[in-house]
Design a binder for this molecule. Sequence first.
Ligand SMILES: [Zn+2]
Length: 101
Amino acid sequence: MGSARDPGAVAWPDKMITQAEAFAKAAKWPVYVDWESLGTGVNGIEVTLRCGKCTGSCGQLRRGGAVYNGSLDEMLSMVLRHMVQAHDVALNTREASASGT
Ligand SMILES: [Zn+2]
């Protein structure tokens, strides 16, 4: 535990976007859940939230018996991060709307 590959919790970028703004932006983004068997039984599965546009991983939801990012808040944060990193979606809508663009 504690390595860079641990899924862990996703930090909320609250300086750039509020949760309400983020929800408005990310709510219609297509996502789906994918899973992979790493062993036997329910403790041997890894569950990933994937992007419906590029099938890339947004983040991990479960590895074996451990649940990660189990709240909607965390999932929203993962989807947002993916939108920014993989699809160049701008998060700074507050600045954009304030300047009239
Ligand atoms: Zn994607």
